[in-house]
Design a protein around this ligand. Structure first.
Ligand code: PBG
Length: 328
């Protein structure tokens, strides 16, 4: 009797392996988050995110061009204002930092797709994602008005899409109504619907100077012990008019990407956040891991889980690896 055990996996070369791949990626699914700040001539490295920079508006074009060169056409703007106040007025100022960046990017890079993060935390003196009530909690309803105002001011300045990340209840409906009323019916909303209160945002808060001055964000961001709550958040946001649902962070939350993909019919975005970037960079700098291979593997795992869109500080690198045939 022949006792040969035949291998279950297909045996063959790289051509065969690529032929039967289940996950394919394309640079058009990538979004690069970029930090813009007031001033001129600035390109300063973010200490906790080596290889990432804060750009003044006059220099952000350097990065936008190198993204375009490898086929990454979508960016998401984060603003670092000079001025902060209780009401976060810099978020919706006509000459706010993001508004200025949008006007310049629209003029210099008409072929790019411009998305904005809509939140108050970079603009409030206390660092919370909305205006505060007397008791130290965020005033949900008053914040909604300001978020809607911010989204409209972004659209006016040239945003192609807005992405509210504040986690206030009812913000998608409020933003949709305000955009429609202002005539921006075609500006979609990508909602940070399933956003966990996460230590993975640590380096971002250094980058944007947006750490809360007191307390934490646990009254408005999600508890990472919960998954059914995330499904509820996603479904409610779709009902309110969200065009795309985002899960954030990526790596430790890919179960949520898979689950939400099952219960909604909108595209799903997964955001590989600052802490994920920092861990890979730190591990690679110490020589403990192979940076390129880890970037490829983590990116593919998000797509394999089912995301359609991947937001990542490694967008340029991933696009290069796709071009070089290392992934995809
Ligand atoms: C704003 C916002 C944050 C991030 C995206 N939008 C910070 C936070 O919620 O504390 C985090 C992004 C990252 O860590 O890369 N609310």
């Amino acid at each position: 009797m022949d006792m040969t055990i035949r291998p279950r996996r297909l045996r063959g070369n790289e051509i065969l392996r690529k032929m039967v791949r289940e996950t394919r990626v394309d640079a058009s699914s990538l979004i690069y988050p970029i930090f813009v700040k007031e001033g001129t001539g600035i390109r300063e490295e973010i200490p906790t995110m080596p290889g990432q920079y804060r750009y003044s508006v006059d220099r952000m074009g350097e990065k936008l061009q190198s993204l375009l060169d490898v086929g990454v056409k979508s960016v998401m703007f984060f603003g670092i204002p000079d001025h902060k106040d209780e009401a976060g007025s810099g978020a919706y100022a006509k000459d706010g930092i993001v508004q200025k960046a949008l006007r310049q990017a629209k003029r210099d890079f008409p072929g790019m797709y411009l998305i904005t993060d809509v939140c108050m935390c970079e603009y409030t003196s206390h660092g919370h994602c909305g205006v505060l009530c007397g008791d130290g909690y965020v005033d949900n309803d008053r914040t909604l008005e300001l978020l809607a105002k911010t989204a409209v001011s972004h659209a006016k300045a040239g945003a192609d899409m807005v992405a509210p990340s504040d986690m206030m209840d009812g913000r998608v409906a409020a933003i949709r109504a305000a955009l429609d009323e202002a005539g921006y019916l075609n500006v979609p909303i990508m909602s940070y619907a399933v956003k966990y209160a996460s230590a993975f945002y640590g380096p971002f808060r250094d980058a944007a100077g947006s750490a809360p001055a007191f307390g934490d964000r646990k009254s408005y961001q999600m508890d990472y012990h919960n998954s059914r709550e995330g499904i509820k958040e996603a479904l409610l946001d779709v009902e309110e008019g969200a065009d795309i649902i985002m899960v954030k962070p990526a790596m430790s939350y890919l179960d949520m990407v898979a689950k939400i993909k099952e219960v909604t019919d909108v595209p799903i975005a997964s955001y590989s956040v600052s802490g994920e970037y920092a861990m890979i960079k730190a591990g690679a700098q110490l020589g403990y891991i192979d940076e390129e291979k880890i970037i490829c593997e983590t990116a593919i795992s998000a797509f394999r889980a089912g995301c359609d869109i991947y937001l990542t500080y490694f967008a340029e690198e991933i696009a290069k690896y796709i071009r070089e045939g290392k992934i995809g």
